[in-house]
Design a protein around this ligand. Structure first.
Ligand code: HEM
Length: 343
């Protein structure tokens, strides 16, 4: 289908909206009535037509507005995009992966024409038509990772693999759930996950790392993660906590359905060919509770998940203070009926 791009904001007046199409394809993350951390990884081999899993890099109605928001974040804080010197090759790998995938998956929106090392990239939604020399940094206006991730929804962490570990040595991180690339740069898998409750003791990270170290080229994997965000904010970074943290105090029974959003991350994992780096795209989808409850089984299930989530997880995810209000709202949509497993 042809995508109708929204003209919307993720800050100030928050004009972000999901169309009925976006609501129907929202990646609701709960396949049962409760939630606990697990190694919830699966192969990323596409998915049902129209779903967010269908294409390698999902492009939706928020594309142009999300890219505008990213540019605003970078203008205020260039450290949201960093690449240590040894990661430039991985940046070129990533540029190639995204350009090839998007031009194959969305030929009406993106074109890639290659003659030897001379590449022409056409991005119609953003009005870009650039010719450059592949692997020549000087032929692009930014480094290769920055160039392509300014044109791709979601955050991107690029991990170097060495010493049986992954190292966060590059990334474009402007739509994160309260963590900082500038703080985590150079850390390894266990170090950057240190603040997460329970998962270390449960052995989740040891097993997850083993899985990731073995991901092969051409066999990407994926998982979902989730949290809650007040207002449709993409940039919930520690750097800007002074701007968005206080917004959590503005919820009332009257406005909660519009303001409280479920935030779901579709996380994918791709092995890159020349550098052997692993790229971790983190694509954020937001949905207001008022829209979510239009699907009765989602409203019912989210109520039960939020109600029964252990305190330390609700606290880590940052909504412990608003949990009573959220439950009061969601309980109206839980008729007590049993739900069936699956989404
Ligand atoms: C949280 C990065 C892979 C499980 C996080 C955080 C970061 C991160 C930066 C936030 C930590 C903080 O509070 O500062 C990454 C990167 C990955 C990766 C770059 C790719 C290599 C995985 C995998 C799992 C996982 C494969 C599988 C189980 C989690 C969990 C949380 C977390 C459970 C807590 C999330 C929440 O409760 O909202 N990750 N992660 N991560 N990560 Fe990962």
């Amino acid at each position: 289908m042809t995508i109708q791009f929204n003209d919307e904001t993720f800050r100030d007046d928050y004009t972000f909206r999901n169309s009925d199409w976006a609501i129907r394809r929202f990646p609701f993350p709960f396949h049962e009535d409760s939630y606990m951390y697990s190694v919830n990884m699966e192969q990323h081999r596409g998915g049902p037509a129209g779903s967010v899993y269908e294409k390698r890099f999902d492009v939706d109605e928020h594309y142009i507005s999300e890219m505008r928001d990213r540019a605003l974040v970078l203008a205020e804080d260039p450290l949201r995009c960093q690449s240590l010197p040894h990661m430039t090759l991985a940046g070129w790998d990533l540029l190639e992966l995204i350009m090839v995938s998007k031009s194959e998956d969305y030929p009406d929106l993106f074109e890639l024409h290659r003659k030897g090392d001379t590449w022409r990239w056409i991005n119609k939604p953003l009005g870009i038509d650039d010719t450059f020399t592949f692997m020549d940094d000087a032929s692009l206006p930014y480094g290769p990772m920055e160039y392509i991730t300014r044109q791709s929804q979601g955050d991107f962490a690029v991990l170097d693999q060495r010493e049986n570990n992954l190292w966060m040595d590059a990334g474009m991180i402007t739509t994160q759930a309260d963590w900082s690339l500038d703080f985590d740069i150079g850390m390894n898998f266990f170090e950057w996950h240190a603040p997460v409750p329970r998962a270390h003791e449960m052995g989740v990270f040891k097993r997850a790392l083993k899985f990731l170290l073995n991901i092969q080229q051409g066999s990407p994997a994926r998982r979902l993660n989730w949290t809650m965000t007040v207002n449709p904010l993409l940039d919930t970074s520690p750097e800007n906590y002074h701007k968005w943290g206080v917004q959590k105090t503005t919820l009332t029974p009257e406005n909660i359905g519009r303001k409280q959003h479920l935030r779901v991350e579709l996380q994918t994992f791709y092995r890159l060919p020349r550098s052997n780096a692993l790229v971790f795209p983190i694509r954020c989808y937001l949905i207001a509770l008022d829209d979510l409850v239009t699907v009765p089984k989602w409203g019912r299930r989210l109520h039960r998940v939020i109600r029964d989530l252990p305190e330390d997880l609700a606290s880590y995810k940052g909504f412990i203070r608003n949990r009573p209000l959220i439950l009061e709202y969601l309980s109206q949509y839980d008729d007590g009926k049993p739900t069936s497993p699956g989404i």
